[in-house]
Design a protein around this ligand. Structure first.
Ligand code: SF4
Length: 88
């Protein structure tokens, strides 16, 4: 399990700074990947990102609202099928 960023994300970016494993990534200006994303392979479930998010956009996987149930896969796809690891 890993934490998941949902469409409530407004790219404030505070989560990136507090993540101890550099698991949160994004692509500027790419509408195909409009959010921040958590790499489930490196997330250690510490919860620091969720505590810092001003929009309460980040949830423990499985605890996200039902309408965002697809976002665990969307976060993972960013790393497996998306633009890779060449970002901030
Ligand atoms: S739960 Fe912890 S390790 Fe996982 S993305 Fe958030 S801050 Fe990083």
């Amino acid at each position: 399990m890993a934490y998941v960023i949902t469409p409530l994300c407004e790219r404030a970016g505070l989560c990136v700074d507090v993540c101890p494993t550099d698991s949160i990534h994004f692509v500027d200006g790419d509408s195909d990947w409009p959010l921040y994303y958590i790499n489930p392979e490196t997330c250690i479930d510490c919860g620091a990102c969720a505590a810092e998010c001003p929009n309460e956009a980040i949830f423990m996987g499985g605890d996200e609202p039902a309408e965002y149930a697809d976002y665990a896969a969307i976060n993972e796809n960013f790393f497996t099928s998306g633009p890779g690891t060449e970002f901030a």
